[in-house]
Design a protein around this ligand. Structure first.
Ligand code: APR
Ligand code: ZN
Ligand code: ZN
Length: 361
């Protein structure tokens, strides 16, 4: 029997989001229905609402979520009703060219649920990132459910579903930060702070936080930054070089997504160092760099989608490290809110007041 639950939809371009009744079908083959317990508010949800991702309105927003599996469809063996799971948007297919080469974290054909959730009048909803978790329940592909230790608060666990995983993964997976490395992180919002926490976890020797907002730099220190640079008053390239014996950092993580900050990252890195771009640019942005510098400085220029994470490998591990007190995920939850407060949370996010507002259900 399909169920009716409450969920937050974006009805049309730039229209305010609102709570509506959502019809959630029973899980079909390979699908699961999850009772959502917490879901963080991410920039991508706002981009959906603004029509910046696709124009397939109405959207069912929300995608950084944790909850309990309520029911599963035919053929589902990896998760069972009652399992505490984090939802992911990288349910790997096992068959695409990336998966077949043993690199499933790049999977090019990830799964979502086949059936559609709808409004009560039958209008089909597009779930954000194939998840749609600002809702009491949601229908996903079973592979989007990653079981983790239930002894952690859902508001904290759900963070790993998107932005915080992207940041941690930018450091530990894409950037391969290792013990003793010097790391600079440009942009210290939720993603940049997670990169700092990831670099700290990986044993970086020096972690330099760069931002234009002193409040953000203060928070960055609590995540493990050893030095901070306000790039509004100080040239960040000079500052990072000065702090690294005149050379630049081994790994520089760009967590803003703009050409000028990418350029800073490019030049703030040591010879043969690594730049990781985890900030998401907009379509009109262009980057110009002397090609001779690209060649002559060597090293690696990498992008990090979703922190190059493999949910089945990374989520349980990071939850365990959190439980051991080695990863302060709880610091990313600035406030917990209700379903009908998502619009307000977008405002606060826009003003840079929060790392994460998390809807708890
Ligand atoms: N130089 C340095 N820092 C900057 C600059 C700049 N020119 N412009 C903005 N920032 C800082 C802001 O002060 C803020 O602390 O970058 C941070 C951005 O943080 P958030 O807005 O909270 O964004 P976040 O959730 O961290 O995401 C960052 O990653 O996933 C992508 O779409 C996301 O592109 C965005 C980026
Ligand atoms: Zn694949
Ligand atoms: Zn997100």
């Amino acid at each position: 029997m399909a169920q009716e639950v409450r969920g937050v939809i974006a009805p049309g371009k730039n229209e305010p989001v609102r709570v509506e009744t959502i019809v959630v079908p029973d899980p079909g083959p390979g699908e699961a229905v999850v009772r959502v317990q917490a879901c963080g508010v991410c920039h991508t949800d706002l981009h959906y609402k603004q029509g910046g991702i696709t124009d397939e309105f109405p959207f069912l927003l929300g995608h950084e979520a944790a909850g309990v599996v309520e029911s599963v469809g035919e053929g589902v063996t990896d998760v069972a009703p009652g399992d505490f799971v984090i939802l992911n948007w990288r349910a790997v297919c096992g068959q695409c060219r990336a998966c077949l080469r043993g690199r499933p974290w790049y999977c090019f054909d990830t799964h979502n649920a086949r059936q559609k959730m709808t409004l009560t009048d039958g209008t089909e909803l597009s779930p954000a990132l194939g998840i749609g978790a600002f809702a009491e329940k949601t229908l996903v592909a079973a592979g989007q459910c990653t079981k983790v230790d239930p002894d952690v608060s859902p508001a904290v666990a759900g963070l790993l579903g998107c932005g915080v995983m992207a940041g941690i993964g930018a450091a530990i997976n894409t950037g391969n930060v290792s013990r003793g490395d010097s790391v600079a992180v440009i942009g210290c919002g939720g993603v940049g702070d997670a990169a700092i926490a990831g670099a700290y976890l990986a044993g970086a020797g020096k972690i330099i936080a760069v931002d234009i907002d002193d409040r953000k730099l203060e928070t960055a220190r609590t995540m493990g930054a050893t030095h901070t640079v306000n790039s509004k008053d100080t040239d960040p390239v000079e500052a990072v070089r000065e702090l690294t014996g005149g050379f630049g950092a081994d790994v520089v993580i760009e967590a803003v997504g703009r050409p000028e900050t990418y350029r800073q990252a490019f030049y703030a890195r040591d010879l043969a160092g690594t730049v990781v771009l985890v900030g998401v640019p907009t379509p009109e942005m262009k980057l110009e760099l002397p090609l001779l510098d690209v060649f002559g400085r060597g090293g690696a220029l990498k992008s990090s989608w979703y922190g190059d994470c493999l949910p089945s490998r990374d989520f349980p591990m990071l939850i365990d490290l959190h439980r051991q007190g080695r990863l302060p995920l709880e610091k990313f939850v600035t406030e917990t809110i209700q379903l009908d407060e998502v619009e307000k949370a977008f405002e606060r996010m826009h003003h840079g007041d929060v790392l994460r507002s998390v809807v708890v259900l």
